[in-house]
Design a protein around this ligand. Structure first.
Ligand SMILES: *Cc1c(COP(=O)(O)O)cnc(C)c1O
Length: 377
């Protein structure tokens, strides 16, 4: 079976892990954590980053940093992974789910303003498939109502809005290095702090509510408990693994984009009338994180997925709407989110991973074409 994803090893992971072991500092915030932070500063200009054990953790840090409390409202998409919502729910927020755009699975920027009330505290956006939301529109509405913007850039390593790297535009950004993402270390993530007001406190929350980071920089002569927090920092073993991937990221990105472009160009040439291809707005440059097509309805979606599985190709739908989830539906305010339901019912992801060969990809494409030729509408 051709899998949907396959984690790629760039080659130096074990070498750097061994080096970290020799340093005799394998808890967090050592040499490799600093190397990773340095990488993001040099390459993307992120002034302050903190590696975390997951993107879920980075999102939880955001909810703590914003002091989200009972009755605060947070606007976010429903078509996303649970973590986007969970971080804010845990702090007591009321979740106000927004619909997708008609032509695009990310949040409909033009409908956000209608959802704002005096209780709204933050807007959380997700750049689905690493394809940017319209950040100028989002930052403008946030500014008008004095709200914070958090980018769930879990899928957006090396994606851009105009010339700006995703995760670096909102007040805070979160990235994932889970094994299903482009650059990975098994489980891992990163908080990006773009608003200076959060810098000092983010380090404290990161290290169990202590001012330990300051102590190790020699800025204070003892450290203690000064705020809330948790243990959000990953071990040096994960950071060493991640650094090996970051060093190879250009090769990884080039390959993924090549695969993505082949899917897109081949399907476009064939002009198949039965599905839509992904939309890339002109302001977005994407990172080949995932390739999807959008079918006409749920029956077609299921039929295509089954057809491909019979031919040893693992394709998959994506998110189940959070506003209709078993956990949250009784708390949701009842608004219908039609386009969110549409993308849940109609979107199909095709295999995309570094080691996918050209021959395997051609097989996937011709099998999809077979489906549309043979299966009745
Ligand atoms: C993968 C993902 C997450 C969770 O990332 P973890 O590192 O596994 O916690 C959150 N949001 C989105 C949109 C994701 O794709």
């Amino acid at each position: 079976m051709l899998p949907l994803n396959k984690p790629y090893l760039s080659g130096n992971e074990l070498y750097y892990i061994e080096d970290a072991l020799k340093e005799a500092h394998i808890s967090g915030n050592g040499k490799y954590t600093k190397k990773c932070h340095g990488y993001f500063k040099d390459k993307y200009g992120f002034k302050k980053t903190l590696l975390t054990t997951s993107c879920t953790d980075a999102l939880e840090m955001c909810a703590i940093l914003l002091d989200i409390k009972n009755d605060d409202e947070v606007i976010l998409p429903s078509f996303t992974f649970v973590s986007t919502a969970l971080a804010f729910y845990r702090q007591g927020a009321k979740l106000v789910f927004a619909d997708c755009r008609r032509d695009f699975p990310s949040i409909d920027e033009s409908k956000i303003e209608d959802l704002i009330t005096p209780k709204t505290k933050a807007i959380v956006v997700v750049h689905y498939a690493g394809i940017s939301c319209n950040m100028d529109m989002i930052m403008k509405v946030a500014e008008k109502y004095n709200l914070f913007v958090i980018e769930d850039a879990a899928q957006s390593f090396n994606s851009f809005y105009k010339t700006r790297p995703l995760g670096g535009i909102g007040h805070l950004g979160c990235m994932s290095f889970h094994e299903t993402k482009n650059i990975q270390c098994g489980e891992g993530g990163m908080l990006i702090i773009n608003d200076n007001r959060f810098v000092e406190r983010s380090e404290i929350i990161w290290e169990k509510g202590t001012n330990r980071a300051k102590f190790f920089r020699g800025e204070i002569n003892k450290y203690g408990w000064v705020d809330t927090g948790s243990s959000f920092l990953p071990s040096e073993l994960n950071a060493a693994f991640l650094f090996a991937q970051l060093e190879m990221s250009e090769i990884i990105q080039d390959k993924r984009l090549k695969i993505w472009n082949k899917y897109f160009n081949e399907f476009k040439k064939l002009k198949l009338p039965d599905f839509d291809l992904p939309l890339i707005p002109e302001y977005a440059s994407q990172n080949g994180h995932l390739f999807y097509i959008v079918l006409k309805n749920k029956v077609r979606q299921q039929k295509l997925i089954n057809f491909l599985r019979e031919k040893d190709i693992y394709a998959a739908f994506h998110y189940l709407p959070l506003h209709q989830s078993e956990f949250y539906k009784k708390r949701h305010d009842g608004r219908k989110l039609n386009y969110c339901d549409k993308f849940s019912d109609c979107l199909v992801r095709l295999p995309l991973f570094f080691e996918l060969t050209d021959k395997q990809q051609s097989y996937i494409i011709s099998t999809v074409v077979d489906f549309f030729k043979t299966e009745k509408r």
